[in-house]
Design a protein around this ligand. Structure first.
Ligand SMILES: NC(=O)c1ccc[n+]([C@@H]2O[C@H](COP(=O)([O-])OP(=O)(O)OC[C@H]3O[C@@H](n4cnc5c(N)ncnc54)[C@H](O)[C@@H]3O)[C@@H](O)[C@H]2O)c1
Length: 358
């Protein structure tokens, strides 16, 4: 049995990673350290106690709490860390950048310091790994041609992407300066179950169902390279298990779509499922709104390196996985209601009383 410390595992990608990997790797135990910010929903993984008995532990805590991080690493004899914890929403970073600096930059630095301390004290085990989960947004914006490679110069546009860029630099510095066995991944936009409905795809799904307006930034022609979240999780497992410390791996699905086309596709999928036709079709709700400041025009990933070196391939087609995502939201009304009402935030009180858990 090997134990992995996951940070931010109550969020969108982290909770999919924990669920998927506990199912795919019966010899893994996962400890999930999450501060449960507004974006963290520990109930996403409530069924792990029965699905993976004895192999899942939730710890309510902050990556900035170095003593807690060290205690977990030591008592669990963790052999790897997969670092998802972050502030992740670009619009929020424009309104309140400091939280992004504190979590994404300072939090990552403190996490690196704590992990390195324990790694040094344990005699620098050769097979220890620290996988830093980052974004393609660090590379800035592309014109109509070309792709981001692992050597594209960093050119972040938003406080979010700038804070992630800084965290990537810190991780590489720890590897080069201290020999700490860290790897960096830069992935394109994800979609799938359990995504907080402030991000484009779940927001649009819920608004179409509720027949609310569908705000689309600018002319809607901003292009993102979409990747189903399970494909991202499998890429991260490949990096953890077969990646080379010090290396960076770009991860992307090769599914470039303009935002407006994604929104139209969601309208069609939901119209079909809810039997809406003519004047009641979802596309009547589309409204173009003033553009996001610093809005990057196009992201597109060259994922050749991870395919070549680690044998990873995306398994899901965009059209199929988007339809599956719509079906997941349509059949998880309770999850959506808990988010809307704020009930998910009472998880700690309900499960553990007011006490902090460890
Ligand atoms: N969503 C995407 O499309 C995408 C694409 C590429 C990379 N990423 C990166 O993947 C990671 C996960 O993204 P996501 O979309 O799942 O984010 P998310 O916002 O859904 O989840 C973030 C999680 O981190 C937790 N967290 C925040 N601050 C913390 C702290 N100080 N200590 C412990 N936990 C804390 C939150 O409670 C939440 O559970 C992020 O680092 C993000 O930059 C996301």
């Amino acid at each position: 049995m090997q134990t992995i410390l996951v940070t931010g595992g109550a969020g969108f990608i982290g909770s999919n990673f924990v669920r998927h990997m506990l199912s795919m790797r019966p010899d893994w135990r996962i400890v999930n350290l999450d501060a449960l910010t507004y974006a963290g929903n520990a109930a996403n993984l409530d069924d792990m106690a029965t699905q993976a008995p004895g192999r899942y532990r939730f710890v309510h805590g902050d990556i900035n709490d170095s003593d807690l991080v060290k205690r977990i690493l030591i008592e669990e004899r963790a052999g790897a860390v997969v670092h998802f914890a972050a502030e992740s929403h670009v619009d929020r970073s424009i309104l309140g950048p400091l939280a992004f600096v504190e979590t994404n930059i300072c939090g990552t630095a403190r996490l690196l310091m704590a992990c390195r301390d324990v790694w040094e004290q344990s005699g620098r085990p050769r097979d220890f790994r620290f996988v830093h989960v980052s974004t393609d947004e660090v590379y800035g914006s592309l014109g109509p041609d070309g792709y981001f490679t692992e050597t594209t110069a960093y050119d972040p546009s938003s406080p979010y992407s700038a804070s992630k860029a800084a965290s990537d630099h810190l991780v590489r510095a720890w590897q080069r300066t201290y020999g700490f066995p860290a790897l960096v991944t830069n992935c394109s936009n994800n979609y799938g179950p359990f995504q907080f409905p402030e991000k484009l795809i779940p927001l649009m799904i819920l608004n179409i169902v509720a027949e609310k307006e569908l705000p689309v930034y600018g002319d809607g022609q901003n292009i993102r390279d979409w990747l189903y979240v399970i494909d991202h999780c499998e890429a991260l497992a490949a990096v953890l298990e077969r990646g080379i410390p010090g290396e960076t791996y770009n991860i992307g699905g090769g599914a470039e779509r303009a935002n407006i086309d994604v929104v139209r596709q969601l309208c069609t999928l939901i119209d079909q499922r809810l039997h809406r036709e003519g004047a009641s079709c979802g596309s009547r709700l589309i409204r173009f709104v003033g553009d996001r400041p610093g809005h990057d025009r196009r992201y597109a990933i060259d994922a050749g390196k991870i395919k070549r070196d680690l044998g990873w391939r995306p398994r899901f087609q965009f059209e199929d996985a988007l339809a599956a995502t719509v079906d997941w939201y349509l059949s998880h009304g309770e999850w959506i209601d808990a988010i809307r009402s704020g009930d998910y935030r009472r998880w700690i009180d309900t499960n553990y009383g007011a006490a902090r858990v460890g």
